[in-house]
Every structure is written in structure tokens, then in C-alpha cells.
Design a protein around this ligand. Structure first.
Ligand code: IPM
Ligand code: MG
Length: 367
């Protein structure tokens, strides 16, 4: 049997630096665990624009459709702010999400014990926090039609459309219920059914799907209250299910609770392919951080933990994902810190590759 295939799209800013560390982790799994991957690389975002004039070349799109999983670094940077909307780096990422039909975006927000002091909230509110946001990623106001800037009555009107079909809600709800089932069996669905018809439909369909998952406790919350509850008492949540735009906001809020954006991974999953694996793209939650790019300061942990999610969700290697997550946690507990984790502790930060080396040493020690 051939090795599973990975396409690495390192992208812009700190993307290539953090991805270089992921590449070392991938090599470690090949050498030490007999888990070899066929890895190819290509361009996305500004890096693709610089070469091809578009943020994602059609050939790259085709490659992404053909591999078992895509690993993405980050896209964007100030250099590209002036570009036309249609070729901005973000459009490359949105095209991947849409054309691969990656409808379920899993964003865990986990507070590492060693970092509980980093949150802007009090330590006891966030210590031990472990929630999973499931954000719908291929529809809603990010993609709904009509959209555009039009002229009406001699003035410009900006239009985006919040639109969800039953089947779009149904499939992401099922993904969220499945996850809740493997966790603490609690799902909270968030919308604005008090003001939006799409929210009423969302609530109805999630309630209908619940009939197939009665072992999971379902609650509903208006998304604005959800935002408030996330900063008031985040540990009341296990899995949160929400739409594309609310999910964008709520997941940033949840991420910041943990105090360390440099630690958070994500998975974007679609329907199963012929080999049974879901279409999948894994990426850190942080952006391209142009202010520190090229200085060896970036924390590679989020990108490495995204590869751990790939092991878990694409390659059915839950035990190896646990091993990698435990290695990252061990390194933090040992006090190894990249610059983004320095506010509270003092001491000298390690570089991106020193962090990678520490994680590899912890992996070696786990054997
Ligand atoms: C995210 C980002 C993206 C989004 C941008 C980069 C298009 O904020 O993944 O949360 O809005 O979805
Ligand atoms: Mg966002």
C-alpha cells in the first residue's frame, strides 16, 4: 500500500517557519514510528500571488483535491493589502474551503495548565478549559448570494446574504453531535433565532438531528449571549456548534480565553473520500504574523498540534496524536517558551526551531 499523502501549503509570513518544524515532526513519525507520508509542497496566499498572480493556482487546487490531507501555514500580509479583493491572499484559503467542501471546522480551545496565567481572565475561570467549537465553513454569509457592492438610488449598497439550506445545517450538526458523543456529551448550538429566519431554521434542524443523538445533551443559545457566556463561565461548554460568521467571532473569543493563540490548532473536514478518509485541511488558528516573520520567534506549536489533529481525524492514529499532544504539553510544563509565551514567566525565549527540537526530544523520551 502506498503511503498516505500530504500537501503542505506553508503560505505567508511565519507560515514557512512554523511549517519547517512540522516537517521535522513528520520525518520523526516516518523514522521512529514507521508512519511515512508522501509529502508535496505548493504555494498559497501572497506567496502564490507573487508567482502566479492568483492566491491559489488551479493546479494547486487540483493537488489539494487529490491528497489525503492538506496542511496549511498562514496567508496574508501588509504587502497584499492593496490588492483587489478577488486576489487577496484570503481568497486562496476560502477557495480551498469551498471547493473541497470542508463544511465542519473544528476549533478546540484548550487551556494548557502551564499557561493558565496567560489568559486575560482569572486563572480559575480558564484553568482546565477544554472546549471544541464546530463552525460551519462553506456557507452562510461568507458565500451567500446575492453579494456585492451595487448602486441603488444613486448611492452604494453593500450586500451579503446569510443563507443556509437544511442539508447544510444537518451535515454540520451531525459532525458536532458525533464529536460531542466522543467528549462530554454536551452540545450547545448558537444562532440568532430571535432576529433571523436562518437562525430559526438552524435551531429547528439541529433539534431534528438531535433525535439521532439522544445520548448527547443539547442546548440552544443566542449567539450574543454565547459570546457573553464564553467570557463569563467558559467551562460550562463542551462542544459549541455555530454558523460560519458567528463561528469566526466566537472562535477568536474562545481562542483568546486560553491566552495563547500560538498554541491553537484547527481542522476543516468535509465528506468522506473513496478511501474513507474525510476531505481535510489542517491549519493553526493564528495568522501570518508579519511583524515577527523571518525572525525565528514564531511558536510552531499550533501548526504542530494541527498535524496532531491530522493524525487523529485523517489517519486514525489517535494514540500517536495523544503522544504528540503530550509532548507539546511536556515541553510547556518544562518551562520552554517561545517569545509569545513570555509575558508572565520572564527568562529567555527559545527560537522556533529550538521549540521544535524540544518537542522532538519529548517525542523521543516518550518511546
Ligand atoms: C479564520 C480567518 C479567516 C475567516 C480569514 C483569514 C478569511 O479569520 O479562519 O477564522 O474569516 O474565516
Ligand atoms: Mg477568524
Amino acid at each position: 500500500m502506498s503511503n498516505p499523502s500530504l500537501l503542505i501549503l506553508a503560505g505567508d509570513g511565519i507560515g514557512p517557519e512554523v511549517m519547517a518544524e512540522v516537517q521535522r515532526i513528520i520525518d520523526w513519525y516516518g523514522d521512529k514510528r514507521g508512519l511515512a507520508f508522501d509529502v508535496s509542497e505548493d504555494l498559497v496566499g501572497g506567496a502564490a500571488y507573487d508567482v502566479h498572480g492568483v492566491p491559489l493556482h488551479d493546479d494547486t487546487m487540483a493537488k489539494a483535491q487529490g491528497v489525503d490531507a492538506v496542511l496549511l501555514g498562514a496567508v496574508g500580509g501588509p504587502k497584499y493589502d492593496v490588492l483587489d479583493f478577488s486576489v487577496k491572499p484570503e481568497r486562496g484559503l476560502l477557495r480551498l474551503r469551498k471547493e473541497m467542501d470542508l463544511f465542519a471546522n473544528l476549533r478546540p480551545a484548550q487551556c494548557f495548565d502551564a499557561l493558565a496565567d496567560f489568559s486575560s481572565l482569572k486563572k480559575d475561570i480558564v484553568a482546565g478549559l477544554d472546549i471544541m467549537i464546530v463552525r460551519e465553513l462553506t456557507s452562510g454569509s461568507y458565500f451567500g448570494e446575492p453579494r456585492g457592492i451595487f448602486i441603488e438610488n444613486n448611492e452604494r449598497v453593500g450586500i451579503n446574504t446569510q443563507r443556509y439550506t437544511e442539508s447544510e445545517i444537518d451535515r454540520v450538526a451531525r459532525a458536532a453531535f458525533e464529536l460531542a458523543r466522543k467528549r462530554n456529551k454536551k452540545l450547545c448550538s448558537m444562532e440568532k433565532a430571535n432576529v433571523m429566519e436562518s437562525g430559526i431554521l438552524w435551531r429547528d434542524v439541529v433539534t431534528e438531528v438531535h433525535a439521532d443523538y439522544e445520548d448527547v445533551e443539547l442546548s440552544h443559545m443566542y449567539a450574543d449571549n454565547g459570546a457573553m457566556q464564553l467570557v463569563r463561565a467558559p467551562k460550562q461548554f463542551d462542544v459549541i456548534l455555530t454558523d460560519n460568521l458567528f463561528g469566526d467571532l466566537l472562535s477568536d473569543c474562545a481562542a483568546m480565553l486560553t491566552g495563547s493563540l500560538g498554541m491553537l490548532p484547527s481542522a476543516s473536514l468535509g465528506a468522506p473520500m473513496e478511501n474513507g478518509r474525510p476531505k481535510a485541511l489542517y491549519e493553526p488558528v493564528h495568522g501570518s504574523a508579519p511583524d515577527i516573520a523571518g525572525q525565528a520567534k514564531a511558536n510552531p506549536s499550533a501548526c504542530i498540534l494541527s498535524f496532531a489533529m491530522a493524525l487523529r481525524y485523517s489517519f486514525d492514529q489517535g494514540a500517536e496524536a495523544d503522544r504528540l499532544e503530550a509532548a507539546v504539553e511536556k515541553v510547556l510544563a518544562d518551562g520552554v517558551r517561545t517569545a509569545d509565551l513570555m509575558q508572565a514567566d520572564g527568562g529567555t525565549p527559545v527560537s522556533t526551531s529550538e521549540m521544535g527540537s524540544a518537542i522532538i526530544a519529548a517525542l523521543d523520551a516518550s518511546l
